[in-house]
Structures are given as C-alpha cells and as structure tokens.
Ligand binder design. Structure first.
Ligand code: NAD
Length: 452
C-alpha cells in the first residue's frame, strides 16, 4: 500500500499544505530488493569509533574490510563530510566517567550521518560486568541508542545496539552485515544480545546464504509469510509454503511462481504435527529453517469476547506451534544448526486494547524462545522471535482510516513497514551467520513508540 503522506508531500499541489499543517514528511526508505552481496559495504563510508578502549576494533576492521567498506576512524575534517554507517565500539565502558568518551566521540559526528544512515553501538553484556556500576553503565547504552534513534529516525537512519559477550566477537560478521545494511530499513531502537553459547558454523557463506537449506514457512500464501518465503528462496533455500485450504489456490500460485513446494494444512488441526512429521521425513529428510508465521486475530474486549475467539487464537497462535515443534524435535527432523523463528507482535510486548487473547499468545512466544533457545544451543540450533509493529498487509489494510493512519505514524520513521522488512529480519535470523543470536526477540517496528 502506498503512503498517503509521502504522496501528498511529493505533490506540488498538496506539499505546501502538509508542511503548513506540520504533518510528518516520511523519507523514502532505502531498501534492498536482491539477496545479500559478498561486499555489501562497497562504496560506503564507515566511521569506526571506539569509546573507553573497547576490545573489538581488530575484528570489526577485518569484517568491514572484507565487506568492502571505506573505513574512517577519525572525526570528520570538513563541515559537510557525511558517513553512511557509524559503528561505535563501547565494549570497554565500565564507569560513569566513561560516558564522557561516549559524548566526546559521538557529539562531533551526530549530525554527519547521511539520510538512510545506519548506526550500530556495541556494548558489554551487563550480566558479565565486573561491578554493579559497570552493569548499570552497560545498560545505560540502551537509553542512549534509543534516544539517538528517535533523533535520527526522521531522516531514515536506524540506530541499534548489540550487547556482545566477551567471547562473541567472532560472531559479529553477519550482525554487521544486517544491522549496517539496507536490510534493516525498518529495524531501529533494538537491543540484541550476541553470545557464543550456540555452536558456530565453520564457514560462513557470503552470497546465497541459504543454499542447500530446507525451510518451512507457515501462513505463506500472503503477507509477511509470503514475503518471507520469497526472501528465503532468494537466498537459495528450498522452501515449503504452508497455508490453509481456503488459501490453497493462492498458495499454489505463489509457490509455483517462486519455485517452492505448496503444502495445504491447518496447523491447528489435531493431526497437523503428525502430518508435518510425515511430509518432512518423506520428502525432505529434515528442516534447517522453520518459520512459525501463521497467526490470527479475533479481537474483542475481554468482557465481550466469546469463548471461541479465545480458543481459536490460543490454538493457532500458540498451541499449534508448540505441538509442531515438539513433534518435529522428537522425530529429530530439525537438523543441527537449525534456525527456528516465531512471529510475535508489538501487542505481545505492550498489550493492546481488545487483544487480550492475541497479546497473550504473542507474549508467550517471547518467553518460549527465551527458554527453548538455550535448550537447543548445544546442537547449534537457535530460536528467536520477531515482533512486527505496523506492517502494510491485508491485516492492517482492514483497519479504519484514522486508526490505520495513527498506527502508521507512531514510530521514529513516521511510516509503516513493508512485509519485506519483516522478511529481512527473519532471513537474517535464519542465516548461518546469526549463530550468536539465540533466545532474543527483535522488533521490526521503525522504533514504534508503543511499548518502547
Ligand atoms: P495475514 O493474515 O496477512 O496472513 C496470515 C496467513 O496465515 C494467511 O495466509 C492465513 O491463511 C494463514 N493462516 C491462518 N491460520 C492458519 C492455520 N491455522 N494454518 C495455516 N495457516 C494459517 O497476516 P500477516 O499480517 O502477514 O501476519 C503474519 C504474522 O505476523 C502473524 O503471526 C501476525 O500475528 C504477525 N504480525 C503481523 C503484524 C502486521 O502488522 N501485519 C504485526 C504484528 C504481528
């Protein structure tokens, strides 16, 4: 769906009016339409800074050089010098006084990040800190990065923070490629934790990241599921697209177009786990990637909610997922180094009026991945959740005009996201290089104000 404000602002007949009314002027976000490239930062000016002697400079430099970046490590010389990407290694921060170096390094360059820029801050993991003060100081970087995200967001710049465990520096390659690339156009204000608890793959592919992998995406006939299946195919995965009988015509068409295998199945049916096990075992031998995307809403305030609304949402959004996982794991059909991704929601983070049922299931998935991820880490498997904010799909298109407009603007980028933005985050989490991220929930919401 096109953006009304972007259209009005572009039009000379109406642009003056939107300006006079003080309406937001959302920038056109720079997105990628193809797969990852081996040297994604070629032609990009990257400012690599350190605050309070961080310990990642060497590894960051190696990653950036391999990715083709033009690295600068000094503050800009001329007033109009601009950078595409700013990376700050703040892993050495321990004391309140160390915050001075944060100010000293970033104050001179905060206005030098170009439109659609990327900022990534690297911080120590608070639970690994040597002192109580150091733990607090590390956590303080979240407030800093989220505020910076709100300041730079209107220019299309995203700002994110990665807490990096002391032994996880080697896991940063794909983290940089995603968080500093166009794939993160709608991911901002996030704090992820990178650890070395999960086994890392020996070799990281640079292109066709998912070649040789088998992926199953539920709810793939349209919206976010469709965009995800297409994105995984683009990176070379063999994809099984699952959806209900009512969507089978659409499912068959989209699967054919992208060269995927269609699978008509209601994941909430009692025999769905056994059917999945049988199909995966017989036709594919196992899964490397499982994206639990299918989800429904049945909104009503709790006092007015009929029981079947409650039951349907519990069944499709949570019980069916847990049952499918249990059956596939029991049958050893999730391969070593597998990637499990679950669609949560901003409603699961913040709650939402009329969505006690939906928000319960989506919040449950956040707890579920946090518990499941570490259990599977020994086999190299990661489980993470993705929490979309306002994404332009059939679901949000059905909202009343003013609710939709408000939902779209309540974020730092002043616009809704595209299904492809969610698919990019899922694709990143599904990639071999995301082995350092396990049990996390990452929002793709343009730094939505709700529940931030
Ligand atoms: P959508 O309604 O456009 O698509 C969902 C797909 O899931 C449909 O094709 C549907 O047929 C399928 N599906 C529903 N029940 C199923 C079942 N029992 N078995 C198999 N397939 C089933 O939804 P969307 O907007 O693309 O959202 C996808 C996921 O992202 C959902 O889990 C949703 O809760 C979540 N999400 C979406 C948004 C958003 O703004 N669109 C925001 C937050 C979270």
């Amino acid at each position: 769906m096109s953006d009304l404000l972007q259209n009005l602002n572009k039009n000379p007949l109406t642009g003056w009016l939107t300006k006079a009314l003080g309406l937001p002027n959302p920038v056109i976000l720079a997105r990628e339409s193809g797969p990852y490239r081996a040297q994604p930062f070629k032609g990009k000016r990257v400012l690599l800074l350190g605050a309070a002697s961080g310990n990642l400079e060497t590894v960051l430099r190696q990653i950036l050089e391999a990715a083709g970046a033009e690295i600068h490590d000094a503050e800009p010389q001329s007033g109009d010098e601009r950078f595409d990407i700013l990376i700050l290694d703040a892993t050495g921060l321990e004391t309140t006084a160390d915050y001075n170096s944060l100010y000293e390094r970033l104050h001179p360059v905060a206005r030098r990040i170009g439109t659609n820029g990327r900022v990534l801050l690297l911080a120590p993991v608070p639970s690994e800190a040597k002192s109580v003060e150091a733990a607090g100081v590390a956590r303080g970087l979240e407030g800093f990065s989220r505020s910076l995200g709100k300041e730079l967001g209107p220019r299309g710049t995203t700002v994110n923070l990665a807490y990096v465990a002391h032994d996880a520096g080697e896991r940063l390659d794909m983290v940089l490629r995603f968080f500093c690339g166009p794939q993160t156009a709608y991911v901002s204000g996030q704090a992820i934790t990178v650890t070395a608890q999960t086994r890392a793959p020996e070799v990281l592919p640079r292109e066709q990241l998912l070649a040789g992998k088998v992926a199953l995406v539920t709810g793939a006939a349209r919206g976010i599921g469709l965009a995800t299946a297409q994105r995984l195919r683009q990176e070379g995965a063999e994809v099984i697209c699952l959806d209900i009988t009512a969507a089978s015509e659409e499912l068959g068409r989209v699967a054919r177009e992208m060269g995927a295998t269609p699978l008509t199945l209601d994941i909430s049916a009692g025999d769905a786990p056994q059917k999945l096990v049988q199909l995966v075992r017989e036709q594919f031998g196992g899964l490397d990637i499982l994206v639990h995307n299918a989800g429904i809403t049945r909104d009503k305030t709790l006092g007015k909610m009929p029981e079947h609304f409650w039951q349907q949402v519990m069944q499709v959004n949570l019980a069916a997922i847990i049952a499918a996982d249990a059956a596939l794991l029991e049958a050893q059909l999730i391969r070593d180094s597998g990637r499990l991704v679950y669609l949560s929601s901003m409603s699961g983070v913040a709650g939402n009026f009329g969505q006690t049922n939906y928000a319960t299931t989506k919040a449950a998935l956040i707890g579920y991945v946090a518990a499941l991820g570490p259990k599977l880490a020994e086999r190299g498997i990661c489980a993470n959740a993705v929490a979309p904010g306002f994404i332009e799909t059939a679901m949000t298109d059905a909202m009343p005009f003013f609710t939709r407009e408000a939902g779209r603007r309540l974020n730092s980028l002043k616009q809704g996201g595209q299904p492809r933005d969610v698919a990019e985050l899922i694709c990143f989490l599904a990639s071999p290089g995301a082995s350092g991220i396990n049990g996390n929930t990452i929002r793709v919401c343009g730094q939505g104000l709700i529940g931030a």
